[in-house]
Design a protein around this ligand. Structure first.
Ligand code: F6P
Length: 268
């Protein structure tokens, strides 16, 4: 019997990073399986990696594929939001709210690591949503002394604690790396680290994500019936758009400078 899945996170098909698919033999096997099961088209939901695989597969086998942007990182060009991002952001906000209780009670400086291997959307918007003092993101280089100045100003202005969100990217060095550097240079602070990890990748989706996924799913079917191919469904200004795979994959989605300014102004 058909069972509703709208309230579930994760993937019910169990599709995940598949090294075999990166080889021509692996893709041939995928094509043979698709043929055997009489599948005429695919809707591929995923981030950069999934859409890159989809693009190569569609080209090699001249097979109709439509992409849906599904990643908590929100780092796909051509769409204002990706499926899963809002849910992860809300999880981050709830976790930081809880950590703040210890930060204020014990007058501590917390570095909280959030996901975002190559992109700072979760860290930046998570910081604004949770009232954190700063976000360290791979797109912007952050010097320890700049960060320390900001934190010191905060403490001087009678804030007795600080929270900094750090994207887990190797560029930022993660929360551990950042905390070590600050501890070494400013031993006066009582520094703690919290890594949110895979908490951010699960759970029941928010209403926003459910509606977004439903709209995008319906648009993917319309696109296939319309004979469209090799496009990712996106959303821009609340309107469904069709973004060629090449554009969505090759272009970097820029961080909104206005959000960085907002965070700076709010943290003073
Ligand atoms: O690409 C999505 C993402 O959630 C990144 O933000 C994160 O860095 C990475 O996946 C974690 O991957 P894994 O679960 O394989 O450790």
């Amino acid at each position: 019997m058909f069972k509703r899945k709208i309230q579930m996170g994760g993937t019910i098909l169990k599709t995940a990073r598949c090294p075999e698919f990166q080889t021509p033999e692996g893709r041939q096997l995928a094509y043979d399986n698709i043929r055997r099961h009489e599948i005429d088209a695919l809707v591929v939901i995923g981030g950069d990696g999934s859409l890159t695989g989809a693009r190569i597969f569609a080209k090699e086998f001249n097979f109709p594929i439509i992409g849906l942007p599904g990643t908590i990182d929100n780092d796909l060009y051509g769409t204002d939001s990706t499926i899963g991002y809002d849910t992860a952001l809300n999880t981050i906000m709830e976790c930081v709210d809880k950590i703040r209780d210890t930060a204020t009670s014990h007058e501590r400086l917390f570095f909280i690591e959030v996901m975002g291997r190559d992109a700072g959307f979760l860290a930046l918007n998570g910081a604004i949503a949770s009232g954190a003092e700063a976000a360290i993101i791979p797109e912007i280089s952050t010097q320890v002394d700049q960060l320390a100045e900001l934190i010191q100003n905060g403490f001087r202005k009678s804030k007795n604690s600080s929270i900094v969100l750090v994207a887990e990217s190797p560029v930022t060095g993660g929360a551990m790396g950042m905390a070590e550097r600050v501890k070494n240079e400013y031993p006066g602070y009582d520094v703690r680290v919290s890594i949110l990890g895979h908490l951010q990748r699960g759970g029941s989706p928010t209403a926003y994500d459910r509606i977004l996924a439903s709209r995008m799913g319906a648009a993917a079917i319309d696109a296939l019936l319309d004979d469209q191919r090799n496009v990712m469904i996106g959303i821009q200004n609340d309107t469904i758009v069709y973004v060629p795979f090449t554009k969505a994959i090759k272009n970097d989605k820029p961080i909104n400078q206005g959000l960085l300014d907002t965070l700076r102004r709010l943290s003073i």
